[in-house]
Design a protein around this ligand. Sequence first.
Ligand SMILES: N#Cc1c(-c2ccc3ccn(Cc4ccc(CN5CCCC5)cc4)c3c2)n[nH]c1N
Length: 244
Amino acid sequence: MRIDIISIFPDYFAPLDLSLIGRARASGLLDVRVHDLRSWTHDRHNTVDDTPYGGGPGMVMKPEPWGEALDEVVAGAPARLILPTPSGRPFRQADAERLAGEERLVFGCGRYEGIDSRVAADAALRMPVEEVSIGDYVLNGGESATLVMVEAITRLLPGVLGNTESAVQDSFASGGMENLVEGPVYTKPVMWRDQEVPPVLLSGNHGAVDRWRRDQALRKTARNRPDLVGAMPEEALDRRDREV
Ligand SMILES: N#Cc1c(-c2ccc3ccn(Cc4ccc(CN5CCCC5)cc4)c3c2)n[nH]c1N
């Protein structure tokens, strides 16, 4: 997969040189290219924004640099343009799975009050364009959202995690344990600050372990994400579960 990211803050994407994604890039499994939008400006100040038509707060990103950047970066190849925006469709695990099947993705990171709307409309004449939001909170630009989506998408590519099993079992996945969040996890030592690992996990009884994990996932989902499983009556959870 090739991913192009266009931003006025290219250094924001230094984290993509690290860890699993960095390793996948170094091995050639993943091709991520970051571009500075100001490379497509032609004035002395490398201007990328201007005042909004119709008035209103802040500034809007000018269409010309974006148009030239997308023309050069996409260069007629089949690619899908992803535009993070507060007003976008919610980005979910199913979207990460769908986009992991794409050959080329281009992320356009807006700033200020957003990108002139004609950029998306013009791009849509030549490629699929998706305006997406990673959540109902306000960020200062599209860079953090792009980092989130690139991580959610690329971790699903074969060979990136180095352990596809955990990607398949991840919660929120359309597979795995339905739509349940993951339950508690433990490792050595078996006793730590007077807390012991639940004995069932040491039992070697895989059936019992699976049942226990599912029960814990149900309890945690009911407590933290009742929207995922529908309201579960409090009495279904014992007191201990209500505390943590
Ligand atoms: N994904 C994602 C996002 C973003 C996001 C994504 C991309 C850009 C580009 C610029 N900004 C800043 C901004 C912030 C608020 C507004 C709304 N206006 C403010 C006053 C009247 C309405 C417009 C832009 C962005 C924010 N925020 N939250 C998410 N989940």
